[in-house]
Ligand binder design. Structure first.
Ligand SMILES: [Zn+2]
Length: 515
């Protein structure tokens, strides 16, 4: 007898690949055999399918049941193969008509009692189904999420409900898609008293998509500032919203199918494992770096992260994606992040000039040395954040908050995008412009160029530090509504340069240059 077939999907990262689940009743010694490069979760499907059949009072056919997942050379991970296997088996024994399963993509995890469980990845799976002109069959608990894809969705509570549906019983009502929420819960910049330079730096970082490092003693409000970055970033576009939501779907994080236009903000603890940070582990789930895609990855106490973790940041910061090695293949997830790091000036928390450190300059030098040059090179804005004083706290609430800042950021971003459009260049923000482009669009006027070359000499700026300054000056000019980069923009960009411990000679020089 020919095999009964259902269609499902495998993911290479977010990339969907069509998979056929073929079930053949072969006779011979009893048992279910799954072939076709499935992982542990796929193999455990046998037990869940057996239990679900049992709960319906159905016996697994005597003899051998062969489940073939095709194409055979494509690795398959996850528990969503349960339902396509169960339905193909139902078709093989004649419990549902075989042609009922034509034209649908089946996706979902089975509970032992035949109920269907919420299954990570329903959104990209439903979008794949739509792209292949197939209806989408999934658990009711994933229906609100799948409905976002816009195609036909059959979202069932249980295996038996689906069997009845396909046998022409009561039809299952289409699911209602989840809510779309905005930035209701994002904290306001108005809550931060004082810290004017840090708030300005945050706005510049938001405007040009620059990575940012805040260095200051505990209690300076570094986390408070970082948490307010998503509020001043423009909301996700519809395209970006889907991209971000797909990653969150695969991670099983879309509760009740709810999507949000606010950019992601992820703040993993420094003790987070490599798998939690970059992705991987049991089912190649996306890590924090990917969950922060098109949003903010905030790493507090940056030097406390393991050297491997810090090293793993470099690839996503350069390429906008992260590659996870599996046993026999690789998986790529998007990871275009804006990095905000925060750190104490030295290990003990105090710092030179701030009065906390009694252990001398080595305390700061050794602590800061944990950050590699290549990582520091990726951070355009590095800023000292002074402690909050009693006088700051006594200030009235700031007049301006998130709304005002967000408006300036939006205008500055539009200036960057319209410059790219007028040059027929790809749409990009200043942080992503390559060297040739930045040298062209950020070339300062004569006084600005003179200031920059004096600074470069006196501070012995590396070529990379020089370009970082230019990049930031371009964004400051964009915030200023200026076509060209002038001396004042270069001067402010230089004021956002931190002098690292051990660069003592440069301290005096920077004072000269800024004066
Ligand atoms: Zn110290």
């Amino acid at each position: 007898m020919s095999a009964a077939v259902t269609t499902t999907v495998a993911f290479a990262g977010l990339e969907p690949r069509r998979v056929d689940v073929q079930v053949q009743l072969a006779g011979g010694s009893p048992g279910i055999v799954i072939v076709g490069l499935g992982d542990k979760a796929v193999n455990e499907s046998r037990e869940r399918v057996r239990a679900a059949f049992c709960s319906l009072g159905l016996a697994i056919p005597a003899g051998r049941v062969i489940v073939n997942l095709a194409p055979a050379d494509l690795p398959k991970e996850g528990a969503h193969y349960d339902l396509p296997i169960a339905l193909a088996l139902m078709a093989a024994i004649g419990a549902v008509p075989r042609d009922a399963l034509d034209g649908v993509l089946v996706f979902g995890e089975l509970g032992l009692d035949g109920a269907l469980a919420a299954t990570p990845g329903a959104l990209p799976a439903a979008m794949a189904a739509n792209g292949w002109n197939l209806g989408f069959v999934c658990p009711a608990l994933s229906g609100a999420e799948a409905a976002w894809a816009g195609g036909e969705v059959i979202a069932a509570k249980s295996l038996i409900a689906l069997v009845n549906h396909f046998r022409g019983g009561p039809a299952i009502a289409p699911p209602v898609r989840g809510e779309l929420i905005g930035g209701e819960s994002v904290p306001d910049l108005r809550d931060v008293k004082g810290q004017e330079q840090a708030k300005r730096a945050l706005e510049i970082a938001a405007a040009g998509a620059h990575n940012l490092l805040l260095v200051g003693p505990p209690g300076a409000g570094k986390s408070m500032l970082a948490q307010r970055l998503p509020g001043i970033l423009p909301p996700l576009t519809s395209e970006e919203l889907l991209e971000v939501s797909m990653v969150h779907s695969v991670a099983g994080l879309l509760e009740r199918g709810q999507l949000t236009r606010t950019r992601p903000f992820r703040a993993p603890h420094h003790s987070a494992s490599m798998a939690a940070l970059v992705g991987g582990g049991l089912r190649a789930k996306p890590g924090e770096i990917s969950l922060a895609h098109l949003g903010v990855l905030f790493l507090d106490e940056l030097p406390e992260f393991s050297p491997q973790a810090l090293d793993a940041l470099r690839q996503p910061l350069e390429t906008g994606s992260v590659m996870i090695a599996r046993a026999n293949h690789r998986v790529t997830y998007p990871a275009r992040i804006q990095l905000v790091g925060a750190m104490n000036p030295c290990r003990c928390g105090g710092g030179p000039g701030i009065g906390g450190c009694r252990r001398g300059p080595r305390c700061a030098i050794e602590y800061q040395a944990r950050l590699s040059g290549p990582l520091i090179d990726r951070i355009d804005i590095q800023l000292d954040v002074p402690p909050v004083t009693a006088a700051d706290l006594a200030l009235p609430p700031p007049v301006e908050g998130t709304a005002e800042s967000a408006a300036r950021v939006a205008a500055a971003r539009e200036a960057q995008l319209s410059r790219a459009r007028s040059e027929d260049a790809p749409a990009m923000l200043n942080a992503d412009a390559d060297l040739a482009r930045i040298e062209r669009i950020a070339a300062p006027d004569a006084p600005g160029a003179a200031l920059l070359s004096r600074a470069a000499e006196q501070l012995s700026l590396s070529a990379r530090a020089y370009h970082r300054t230019l990049r930031v000056a371009r964004t400051i000019a964009d915030l200023d509504g200026a076509n060209g980069v002038a001396r004042i923009h270069v001067a402010e960009a230089l004021s956002l340069k931190r002098i690292w411990a051990g660069q003592g000679g440069a301290n005096a020089a920077v004072a000269n240059v800024r004066g």
